[in-house]
Structure formats: structure tokens, C-alpha cells
Design a protein around this ligand. Structure first.
Ligand code: FAD
Length: 316
């Protein structure tokens, strides 16, 4: 039975793992996080929730439409008729965005709390070492972490890249995003359907998670700072940054209605520059592929497609 290690249990890694498992590969996913899903992240706040990474997704390709359809049937996702300016349906996880990766993770062998720090060739395959000191071995390695992080991992592992491989890494870049989750003691004034997108200024997005249908008591809102603001304030005092962003939204969220807030720093949010192919196959002595949302169409659907295409490239 062919064996595969996948670094990263976000949408790309989970999709690849499901496809390979269906074709009788033995797959282990390693993720540094406490749970699965990566940037499809939902925070629990008491009995309520807030999505602080990806907010919604579209499904334009047949394979993803098929998966979304089956997740809709299973009650995992639902439509959100939000104000974005076109008529494409947008989907959300029914219990927050993390419902999607949790559903996809069912039945897979996933080791969380395992940050991969070293990759090494061994015979015709590879071994990877994690921060906990554990070593894993497989014939094939899929890397689905953001390309800048993958670049550091490969360099720390002493893996030499060809000029082409280096140029792929140089193509991909990510925007940072500072996210604020505010807990309110009264409903927000954000108009239906519960989202506002800003073209300029310090904020790019605000969503009322109650109107979105994932938060009831307490009410929560999610605020995403613009890429420029996030870049300028990424290393700043997060408490002050949170206060500043909330201040800009006082029209919809009066100061007296904020019971508490938390701030999250995403160093990699949306891949604004991507490599057009769905993945990169390395030319080294063992089979190693790099994918994720830095490849192809980007976003949640792009991560899915990248994972699927990586798996299909391995299945003969
Ligand atoms: C603030 C924000 C807003 C967004 N909004 C949207 C949106 O509205 N719509 C949309 O479609 N997309 C949105 N996105 C992007 C979307 O979330 C991503 O495109 C998608 O989830 C990427 O999936 P992935 O599997 O490629 O990567 P990830 O989800 O990042 O998964 C990679 C995984 O690798 C793990 N990892 C990293 N390094 C290591 C290591 N060394 N060892 C082990 N594990 C490691 C991480 O913990 C993570 O779980 C947003 C993202 C953010 C952050």
C-alpha cells in the first residue's frame, strides 16, 4: 500500500487525504494546530461562535459543487445571501466555518499538535520530524502550508531548490489580516444580511455572526482590518489595535455595546499573488508536492482544487 504524509490539515490537506484514502493509500496528516481546518477557523465563545478566518466561500467548479451539495444535504453547510455584489451563491459552515474541515476530517488519521520542523530523504521516501521529537516516514510527502512557511521549512531542512522551484516560491504572496471578534451585550446595528465590505479605509469587512446564523447568545461580530492597515499594525499592541478598529465602527457597534473583544493576527490570510498551476512537484529524489491556496484559483475553493489535483497526480 503506498504511503503519504501530509503537512497541514487545512482544506487542501484534508481534500488530498480523502482522495488518496479512497484510492487505498495509507495517509497521515500532521498539523501544528490544536484542531483541523487552518484558516477555516471558528472560535467558541460560551455557547456562541465567531468565524475569525475565512468568512464564506463560493463553489464554481463541478467537483467542489458536488462536495458542497453533499455537505448541504448533510447539514454541514448552508447558503448565506450576503451583500457582495453578484448573484453567485455563497456558503458558510452551519456551525461556523470549522464545520467544513471537521466534516472532511472524519475517518482520517490526523495528528494535531505536531509542528513539522525537518524533512529528510530516506531511501526512496522521506522522514519528517516534528517539534515533539516524533519521526514519521512515508513514500510521498505533500506540503499544504502557506508557501512562505514551506520555503522556511525546506531551507531549514537543507533541501536545495532548482531555479524553477525558487521562482514558484517568489511568485506567491499573502496579505496579512488583523481580525477582531467582539462580544456584544445588545444587537449590532449592521444592516441585513449582516455584512459590510469596505473598499477603502482601515477595515475591509465586518460581519454580524448572529445574522449569519452561527451565534445567538452572546452576539458576536467579526472585523477584518484592510491589508494595508494590517501590514502597518501587525507588530503593534493588539489591544490598542482592537480598540482602534472598533472605534471606526461605532456607527454600527456603539462603544457601550462591546462587552469584550479579542484580536487575532493572521500573517497569511488571502493569497493575493498565486502560482497559476494547482501545485508544484519538486524534482528531488523522493516524491514531494507543494499545494494549498497559493496555487491555482486561491481561497477556500482553490485550496480544495489544489488538494484534489495533488492527490490525482499521485493516483495512477
Ligand atoms: C482572515 C481571513 C479571511 C479569509 N476570508 C476568506 C473568504 O471569505 N473566502 C475564502 O474563500 N477564503 C478566505 N480566506 C482564505 C481561506 O481561509 C484559505 O484560502 C484556505 O482556508 C486555505 O486552505 P489551505 O489548506 O491551503 O491552508 P490552511 O488553511 O492555512 O492550512 C494549512 C495548515 O497547515 C498547518 N501548518 C502550518 N505550518 C505547519 C507545520 N510546520 N507543521 C504542521 N502543520 C503546519 C496549519 O496549522 C494549518 O492548519 C480567508 C483567510 C483568512 C485568514
Amino acid at each position: 500500500m503506498p504511503t503519504c504524509l501530509i503537512i497541514g490539515a487545512g482544506l487542501a490537506g484534508l481534500t488530498a487525504a480523502r482522495e488518496l484514502t479512497q484510492h487505498h493509500w495509507q495517509v497521515i496528516l500532521l498539523d501544528k494546530g490544536r484542531g483541523v481546518g487552518g484558516r477555516m477557523a471558528t472560535r467558541r465563545i460560551g455557547t456562541s461562535r465567531a468565524d475569525h478566518g475565512a468568512q464564506y466561500f463560493s463553489a464554481r467548479t463541478p467537483e467542489f459543487q458536488q462536495l458542497v451539495h453533499s455537505m448541504k444535504e448533510a447539514g454541514v453547510v448552508q447558503e448565506w445571501n450576503l451583500a457582495v455584489g453578484d448573484s453567485h451563491p455563497r456558503f458558510i459552515g452551519s456551525g461556523g466555518m470549522s464545520s467544513v474541515p471537521k466534516y472532511l476530517a472524519e475517518g482520517l488519521d490526523i495528528r494535531t499538535g505536531e509542528r513539522v520542523i525537518h524533512i529528510q530523504q530516506e531511501n526512496s521516501g522521506c522522514t519528517v520530524r516534528t517539534e515533539t521529537g516524533t519521526t514519521y516516514r512515508a513514500d510521498t510527502l505533500l506540503i499544504t502550508i502557506p508557501a512562505p512557511q514551506a520555503s522556511i521549512l525546506l531551507s531549514d531542512s537543507g533541501i536545495q531548490l532548482t531555479a524553477h522551484e525558487r521562482s514558484v516560491f517568489d511568485t506567491i504572496s499573502y496579505q496579512p489580516c488583523i481580525a477582531v471578534i467582539a462580544v456584544l451585550n445588545q444587537p449590532s446595528g449592521i444592516p441585513a444580511p449582516g455584512n459590510i465590505r469596505y473598499a477603502e479605509g482601515p477595515i475591509s469587512w465586518v460581519a454580524d455572526n448572529q445574522q449569519k446564523g452561527i451565534a445567538s447568545d452572546p452576539i458576536t461580530v467579526t472585523i477584518h482590518a484592510s491589508p494595508q492597515y494590517s501590514r502597518e499594525h501587525l507588530e503593534g499592541d493588539l489591544n490598542e489595535v482592537g480598540q482602534d478598529l472598533l472605534h471606526h465602527l461605532s456607527e454600527w457597534i456603539p462603544a457601550g455595546s462591546v462587552a469584550s473583544y479579542q484580536v487575532h493576527r493572521w500573517r497569511y490570510s488571502l493569497a493575493d499573488q498565486r502560482y497559476p498551476e494547482p501545485y508544484l512537484r519538486f524534482s528531488g529524489p523522493f516524491t514531494m508536492l507543494l499545494g494549498g491556496d497559493g496555487f491555482g484559483m486561491g481561497n477556500v475553493e482553490g485550496a480544495f482544487q489544489s488538494g484534489l489535483q495533488m492527490a490525482r497526480a499521485l493516483i495512477v
